[in-house]
Design a protein around this ligand. Structure first.
Ligand SMILES: Nc1nc2c(ncn2[C@@H]2O[C@H](COP(=O)(O)OP(=O)(O)OP(=O)(O)O)[C@@H](O)[C@H]2O)c(=O)[nH]1
Ligand SMILES: [Zn+2]
Length: 386
């Protein structure tokens, strides 16, 4: 499943930014992360209550059934459906009808591979495919945006005659969010980043450095541009590093990956070459968030590789979108770059966002006795060039 923003429903980015839509998705993300249900409206106007699987308890399930007045289903992504052995699915989302036998514990066992239980999928009434624009597909996409496990319990809602989605949501004190806005969120949130900070920050390996902060319109986490020297498009394509945030590698010196070396190495290399930019992107865990990356590490400690671990959790191997990086480069005046990377996908993704990569500059660091398997998997399964 390509990330929902790349399968965006509206291609016309010149449309005025719909702040209401952004706000509704951002608020719905907060509700899900608080463990509260939201009301999702699909592309045909059908409604459902959606609850993050991380908030599922016996009481929450009962409450959902009562409020909706209909039996819920469990919606998981295709990678998770494959991981739990459901029959071959082509759709991006798969729903399981929740029979009496599928209680809160069984749901957690189905969706979270780090929960050790011997239970199998249990008695499920039926398995059905769902597209992204459905209530179930949109609920799963929203859980991904919330950096939760990418699965949801979804209960169809039929408001009484005369009630609208808005009045029904207000009456039940629920956040109403539309599938269309969920699927367009990342595109819209990246489109108008606002420069909100710009300060000189001399670095040990690059004294002449400024750090610029760009805030997305939804008020989300800022992306940073570490500008070294005085790069100018007049002097040709800038030397650039797209660096996805890695708390464990960048800050703690984790030996599980090569991020820390790559971050410090990029700053030193750009300073050595005179000027350039490190874009520090709020995309922890290849876009799945720190908590899910820690879950992925638990699975890797059981012998799965970094791609398998993502997929067992229900994610794609890489959930990142590069629209924020392209937007920052555009605002900094660059449409052509030389890219410090070993990852060919970054070149393809930047090209799709309108940034021309004139040259790939290898960015390889020696393994450290802990990250060989990780680097080997990136080479063998993600096409990284070491
Ligand atoms: N999901 C997941 N993410 C990881 C794991 N190890 C590191 N990461 C994340 O992977 C990302 C690495 O980002 P980058 O170093 O910018 O990019 P890259 O895809 O490795 O490609 P390069 O440009 O060649 O470094 C960071 O967000 C890390 O948090 C892992 O085992 N699982
Ligand atoms: Zn890392």
């Amino acid at each position: 499943m390509t990330s929902p923003s790349l399968a965006k429903l509206t291609d016309d980015l010149s449309q005025p930014l719909d702040q209401t839509a952004l706000r509704s998705v951002d608020r719905a993300i907060g509700e899900l992360r608080r463990g509260d249900p939201v009301l999702v409206e699909d592309l045909e106007g059908r409604l459902a209550l959606a609850l993050s699987v991380e908030a599922v308890t016996a009481e929450a399930l009962e409450e959902l059934r009562k409020s909706a007045g209909a039996a819920p289903v469990l919606a998981v992504t295709r990678p998770r459906a494959v991981a739990i052995g459901l029959p071959g699915q082509q759709a991006p989302v798969v729903t399981l009808a929740l029979t009496g036998g599928l209680d809160a514990d069984a749901i957690h066992a189905l969706v979270d591979p780090t929960r050790r239980t011997s239970e199998g999928p249990g008695p499920t009434l039926s398995v059905a495919p769902a597209e992204l624009g459905t209530r179930e597909g949109a609920a799963v996409a929203l859980a991904k945006l919330a950096r939760l496990l990418p699965a949801a319990v979804v209960a169809p809602v039929r408001p009484p005659r005369g009630a609208t989605a808005g009045t029904w949501a207000a009456k039940h004190d629920l956040m109403l969010v539309r599938a269309r806005d969920i699927l367009d969120y990342q595109t819209h949130a990246a489109r108008t980043l606002t420069l909100v900070g710009d300060a000189a920050v001399p670095l040990v390996d690059a004294e002449n450095t400024r750090v610029l902060a760009f805030r997305p319109p939804d008020g989300g986490v800022e992306h940073l541009a570490i500008v070294i020297g005085d790069p100018s498009a007049q002097d040709g394509p800038a030397l650039v590093r797209l660096h996805s945030e890695c708390f464990t590698g960048d800050l703690l010196g984790s030996l599980r990956c090569d991020c820390g070396d790559q971050l410090r190495g990029a700053i030193a290399e750009i300073a050595r070459q005179g000027s350039g930019i490190v874009l520090y992107l709020a995309q922890e865990g290849r876009g799945i968030g720190l908590v899910n990356k820690l879950r992925a590490y638990q699975l890797q400690d059981e012998g799965f590789d970094t791609v398998e671990a993502n997929e067992m959790l229900g994610f794609d191997a890489d959930e990142r979108v590069y629209l924020p990086a392209a937007e920052m480069l555009r605002q900094l005046g660059f449409s052509q770059v030389r890219l410090l990377t070993n990852n060919p996908d970054k070149l393809r993704q930047l090209a799709r966002c309108g940034i021309e990569v004139i040259d790939r500059v290898p960015h390889v660091f020696p393994s450290n006795g802990h990250n060989e398997a990780y680097l080997k998997t990136k080479a063998e399964r993600s096409g990284h060039m070491f």
